[in-house]
Design a protein around this ligand. Structure first.
Ligand code: NAP
Length: 490
């Protein structure tokens, strides 16, 4: 077995680093591999299989061949595989968290939180697997019976980003298993190790051969492109940038594939004059700093009523200034590194642009010395609406505060974006909360709360933040088709 531990003097557990095709761990074509870096240290922590188009073709063929038998497996069996995998993930929380921290940087406490969150999708969908139901009715003229069943969509292409390496996988694999779909899965090239550990768990939990096939690769567009044009895949479920989502939607059109897209965000965080400011600051810490700000749900624009803007800004800056930036594997670290140098440099460019347009740096605004790609928690006051960070995902620990004068003003700024994933709203007035909640053009609203993600809730956005929902009671629908039998009454 090729393991991480074999490659370096590592504290990480032994872990497969090959492709997983048709139930077997195999080398990539030509035994090619690519490196995985720890963003806190710049060290290479592993080399994983670099899948080719030929490997990808083997993967989609395996998924296609396994589909018919897998669809016939009783729901209870599918449910129990997910339940066993859930238990194994929880048992291995510390191992999984260590892998995640090493490959993408988040502090260990947050990585453990993601393990719990990610595992919960398996428990949730293990419960949903046995609740797939249909419908029965008669036609209006009484001459026909209408029997509606729910059937798996078919082989699915799953593509995930680096920022939540475990949860973005379980959020797709869970409902696909529950619905009876087979899969080809390409995790992000910067964080393949967590996904491979997850696949190992599903293998141990008894997932039959061919149901899940995993290709790690440094040639994402070629590998995924071959799946999209294969004619075998019936659905694509993607989480990542809007830019790549649009490419996949264009490719999906060629074969008229079902598509679920969880794309970028530009979340407004609105603090009204009547808000409980301490509670708003607490919510802001969560909405801004979860995952170092590298989250699609991260609060990107803090719209604060002018009468409370100074108080909110000062209190938030005091909390941000007290945080410890460092290697996420060390005790006491609150904020880990950005995922790479490009991510860190983009954050700096956005801050520099805002400052050039008149913003005031209340705290932070710069990077600590390397090694590692760290960025200091930052609060910017008096940010101009023209600043680039108003229309770009910051993806870093930077909170720009933009004062507003009335509700209409706040809603106009909040909705002035191509995205519509989530909005946060802090007010103690129930009428205002409901009114503004209605007017925000988003798929999710956090009311007096800085966190909306939960496996029991439908996660997803409107506008260019995506199509479809993951989690909740509707999450499984993305992987099912309605099939109708027309039966004459005789
Ligand atoms: P990304 O660049 O779009 O990459 C996402 C995935 O797509 C990766 O596996 C990537 O592979 C792959 N990919 C890249 N180019 C591709 C292509 N031409 N064809 C097929 N696959 C391709 O996004 P990211 O930087 O990893 O993640 C950050 C983005 O994800 C942000 O925009 C964030 O808002 C969004 N996100 C959304 C949600 C949500 O639920 N709405 C959740 C998390 C993140 P490589 O790794 O090899 O490049």
């Amino acid at each position: 077995m090729t393991t991480i531990a074999a490659e370096k003097n590592s504290t990480l557990p032994d872990l497969e680093t090959r492709l997983y095709l048709n139930g077997q761990w195999v080398d990539a074509e030509g035994a090619k591999r690519f490196p995985v870096e720890n963003p806190a240290t710049g060290e290479i922590i592993a080399h994983v299989a670099d899948g080719s188009v030929a490997d990808a073709e083997r993967a989609i063929e395996a998924a296609g061949n396994a589909q018919a038998d897998w669809a016939k497996i009783p729901p209870r069996e599918r449910s129990e595989i997910l339940r066993r995998a859930y238990e194994l993930i929880i048992e291995r929380t510390d191992e999984l968290a260590a892998i995640m921290t090493a490959e993408m940087g988040k502090p260990l406490a947050e990585a453990r939180g993601e393990v719990a969150y990610g595992a919960e999708f398996f428990r949730w969908f293990s419960e949903e697997a046995v609740r797939i139901s249909g419908d029965y009715s008669t036609t209006g003229d009484g001459k026909n019976r209408i029997l509606v069943t729910r059937v798996p969509v078919g082989p699915c292409v799953l593509v995930t980003p680096w920022n939540f390496p475990l949860a973005m996988g379980t959020r797709k694999i869970g409902p696909a298993i529950a619905a009876g779909c087979t899969m080809v899965f390409k995790p992000a090239s910067q964080t393949p190790l967590t996904s491979l550990a997850l696949v190992q768990i599903l293998h141990e939990a008894g997932l039959p051969s061919g149901v899940l096939n995993v290709v790690t690769t440094s040639s994402s567009s070629k590998v995924v492109g071959s799946w999209m044009s294969s004619g075998i895949a019936r659905k694509v479920s993607f989480t990542g940038s809007t830019e790549v989502g649009k490419i996949l939607l264009t490719q999906a059109a060629e074969n008229v594939m079902r598509s679920s897209m969880e794309l970028g965000g530009n979340a407004p965080f609105i603090v009204c004059a009547d808000a409980d400011i301490d509670r708003a600051v607490e919510g802001a810490m969560l909405a801004k700093l979860r995952n170092m700000g590298e989250a699609c749900t991260a609060a990107n624009r803090f719209l604060v009523h002018r009468s409370v803007a100074d108080e909110f800004t000062e209190k938030l800056a005091a909390r941000m200034a007290a945080l410890t930036v460092g290697d996420g594997s060390l005790a006491g670290t609150d904020i880990g590194p950005m995922v790479d140098a490009a991510g860190r440099d983009k954050v700096q460019e956005l801050v520099d642009d805002a400052v050039a347009l008149g913003a005031r740096v209340v705290v932070g605004g710069d990077c600590p010395d390397g090694p590692g790609y760290f960025y200091n928690p930052t609060v910017l006051a008096d940010v101009s609406a023209e600043s680039l960070l108003m229309s770009n995902e910051i993806f870093g620990p930077v909170a720009p505060v933009i004062p507003f004068d009335d509700e209409d003003d706040a809603i106009r700024i909040a909705n002035d974006t191509q995205w519509g994933l989530v909005g946060y709203l802090f007010t103690q007035d129930i009428d205002r909360a409901l009114r503004l909640g209605d007017e925000l053009e988003v798929g999710m609203v956090g009311l007096n709360s800085g966190l909306v993600s939960n496996p029991a809730a439908p996660f997803g956005g409107v506008k260019q933040s995506g199509l479809g929902r993951e989690g909740g009671r509707v999450g499984i629908d993305e992987f099912l088709e309605h099939k109708y039998l027309s039966i004459p009454r005789r």
